[in-house]
Design a protein around this ligand. Structure first.
Ligand code: DQA
Length: 155
C-alpha cells in the first residue's frame, strides 16, 4: 500500500540478468538462500512503503533484457539493475539503459571488487547514478532506497 498517498506512486523497473533465476540454489554460500521470487516480493513490499510500485523482469538472454527495457521505459521512472554477468560484457544493455533516459542504480549481491579481476569492470557503472555491491539481497533494498531518494529527494 502506498503510505505516501498524497504523492503519485513512483514506478521502478527491477531488472535481473542471467542466472539470477537460480538464486537460492546457485552457490548459496556466495549469493545467499533467498530465491528470486522472495527477493522480488521483498523489494515490492519495501517499494510500497516508499510509495512506489515495482515491475520486475529476469532473463538469461541479453536481447530479451534489451527488449524489456525498451518496452517498459514509458511505464517506469527509473531502474534497479542487477545485470549479473552482462554487467561486465554488455554494450547492448548499457545502450538500452542510457537510451531509456531514465536513472538507474547498478546493484550486486556480492562484492564484485573482492572477486575475480574481470568482475571489477562494469560497462554500466559510469552511466549509473551509483553502484551498490556486496550486501546480499539487501543490495536490492539499498538500491531501491537510493533510486527513490534520487527521484524524490527528501526535503
Ligand atoms: C552478480 C555478480 C556478477 O559478477 C555475476 O556474474 C552474477 C551476480 C551479483 O549479484 O553479485 O551473476 O551480479
Amino acid at each position: 500500500m502506498n503510505k505516501r498517498a498524497s504523492e503519485p506512486a513512483l514506478r521502478i523497473g527491477v531488472l535481473h540478468g542471467p542466472n539470477l533465476n537460480r538464486l537460492g540454489e546457485r552457490e548459496p554460500e556466495l549469493y545467499g538462500r533467498a530465491s528470486l521470487p522472495e527477493i522480488d516480493l521483498m523489494v515490492s513490499e519495501a517499494a510500497a512503503d516508499l510509495g512506489a510500485d515495482t515491475l520486475s523482469f529476469q532473463s538469461n538472454r541479453e536481447g530479451e533484457l534489451v527488449d524489456w527495457i525498451q518496452g517498459t521505459t514509458s511505464s517506469v521512472d527509473g531502474w534497479v539493475v542487477n545485470a549479473g554477468a552482462y554487467t561486465h560484457t554488455s554494450v547492448a544493455l548499457r545502450d538500452a539503459l542510457t537510451g531509456s533516459g531514465l536513472p538507474f542504480v547498478e546493484i550486486h549481491l556480492t562484492n564484485v571488487h573482492a572477486r575475480e579481476p574481470f568482475r571489477r569492470r562494469s560497462l554500466l557503472a559510469d552511466v549509473a547514478i551509483g553502484v551498490i555491491s556486496g550486501f546480499g539481497s539487501s543490495s536490492y533494498l539499498l538500491g531501491l532506497h537510493a533510486l527513490v531518494e534520487h527521484l524524490r529527494p527528501s526535503r
